[in-house]
Ligand binder design. Structure first.
Ligand code: CP
Ligand code: NVA
Length: 472
């Protein structure tokens, strides 16, 4: 867990060790951690304490009243007392529930307050720091100017916890992403979403241009990428199907080589997945898949980000997909297997997800304890589900099969009866556009369980994070 600590949080622990050693104790306890925080007044925790009207000196003198010299155990390895260990576990828990993939001093302080039995927790409580108030202050202070300035620098130098740098990376398929990168995208998306409501300046892609190739229609993908690029200070160029006519007017390779000389990112929505693969092969700049016949990775990322917001721990979530084993189902299944969720898809015979996707998902699932089920009966899929998801029965490019598919999927409609078989607090999801009355009834999509417009909004935040990370 130490590798997740920010530099400041590491310094707090180092100071805590010094404090313990100064008292002749090589066991770091919660009060030493609190003293460590007082030696980092510029840290987020330090600033929160000062905002609460507590000076570092006040805290130090309060802690010192309770300190007793330790046994002389110097020379042995420095260790944490069980309560300090628990406070750090709680700090990790707080960071995760705030969707952070790092542990900062603010999380350490939340851990100390939450471990109410420990001395530091009791001192903080006595000084008026209640858990809920500290949590509110952590969110408030993140919206403050200093953090905003720090945020401005993040995408340019961003490294994920394992040191993976995403700059220059293509996003064609979910399997291109490591768990660490998925966390980094969610963490940055969450920060961008909070900051979208403030006047914070996030123009980290100023002067950069993204070419957006569309072989198919779009509302959400086009608008979220274009608005997102504007909000990041860059510019997006919409290239309609009739504009460049990939593979007809000129080869995919030549179009890629040309765009590569002029743009910083290429986003493409295509019929054949091979087209985005070919674009990525011939362009040095990152290529993002905005939907192909095989996958819709940006949709799945926005969807799991939405599930994280609504349900919390993704490892405890069951997602039931009812309908066609299509591009959206593929990306959701792969992402579920990467994050350790339970994914069950109910589809008619002949409309299963592709075997290569199911096999890849199974192999990721072995590492994450995810569970993947492919079943025929929608009731089996939605049983105990936290999320019920569906998509159109005939995707773009399959319109000529619409009639035949309507027959095959007739018993796969998500209606109130099917929703009642899921968990009572299950949410309903759809990537949109929806064919109301076919795969979903008005009653369900317009119900309070439906989160379809939250999903649509999250396309914006998540794709902004992806663009900032790959082109920053
Ligand atoms: N969900 C989605 O990709 O919507 P659009 O087809 O409108 O872009
Ligand atoms: N499966 C649908 C998704 C649309 C966003 C399609 O490919 O048309």
């Amino acid at each position: 867990m130490w590798h997740r600590f920010t530099e400041r949080a590491k310094r707090v622990v180092f100071f805590a060790q010094e404090e313990a050693a100064g008292l002749g104790d090589n066991y770091v306890s919660t009060e030493h951690l609190l003293l460590g925080i007082t030696r980092e007044p510029e840290s987020t925790a330090g600033r929160i304490l000062q905002r609460a009207g507590l000076s570092m000196d006040m805290i130090r003198s309060e802690v010192e009243k309770h300190l007793t010299p330790g046994e002389d155990r110097l020379g042995h390895d420095m260790q944490l007392t069980p309560r300090a260990k628990r406070a750090i576990d709680l700090a990790y828990d707080e960071a995760r529930s705030l969707m952070k993939n790092y542990i900062g001093t603010e999380h350490l302080m939340l851990g100390l307050v939450r471990e109410g039995e420990c001395l530091a927790g009791q001192i903080l409580k006595k000084m008026g720091l209640e858990l809920d108030r500290v949590r509110e202050m952590v969110v408030e202070i993140r919206n403050s100017e200093e953090i905003g300035e720090k945020s401005m620098r993040i995408p340019r130098t961003w490294k994920t916890d394992t040191g993976t740098q995403m700059a220059g990376k293509d996003l064609l398929e979910i399997s291109y992403l490591t768990r660490d990168e998925i966390d980094a995208i969610f963490e940055l998306a969450s920060r961008l979403k909070i900051d979208a409501k403030t006047t914070r300046d996030w123009r980290v892609l100023a002067g950069k241009t993204m070419a957006m190739i569309f072989e198919k229609p779009s509302l959400r993908t086009r608008v979220s990428f274009e608005a997102g690029m504007t909000q990041l200070g860059g510019h997006a160029i919409y290239l309609a199907p009739s504009d460049i006519q990939l593979g007809k007017r000129e080869s995919i390779a030549d179009a890629a080589r040309t765009l590569d000389r002029m743009c910083d990112i290429i986003m493409a929505r295509v019929f054949a997945h091979e087209t985005v693969v070919e674009l990525a092969k011939h362009a040095q700049v990152p290529v993002i898949n905005g939907l192909s016949d095989l996958e819709h990775p940006c949709q799945a990322l926005a969807d799991f980000f939405t599930i994280l917001e609504k349900k919390g721990d993704l490892k405890k979530v069951k997602v039931a997909f009812v309908g066609d084993g299509n591009n959206v189902a593929h990306s959701l299944m792969l992402l579920a297997s990467k994050v350790g969720a339970h994914f069950a898809i109910a589809c008619p015979n002949g409309y299963d997800p592709l075997e290569k996707i199911a096999c890849a998902s199974e192999s990721f699932a072995k590492e994450t304890d995810a569970k993947i089920d492919i079943v025929r009966d929608p009731v089996d899929a939605v049983k105990d589900a936290d999320v019920v998801y569906t998509d159109v029965w005939a995707s773009m490019g399959q319109e000529h099969e619409a009639e035949e598919r309507a027959k095959a999927f007739a018993t796969y409609q998500v209606n109130s009866d099917l929703m009642s078989k899921a968990k009572p607090n299950a949410i309903f999801m759809h990537c949109l556009p929806a064919h109301r009355g076919s795969e979903v009834t008005d009653e369900v999509i317009d119900s309070t369980q439906s989160v379809v417009f939250d999903q649509a909004e999250n396309r914006l935040h998540v794709q902004k994070a992806v663009m900032a990370l790959v082109a920053g």
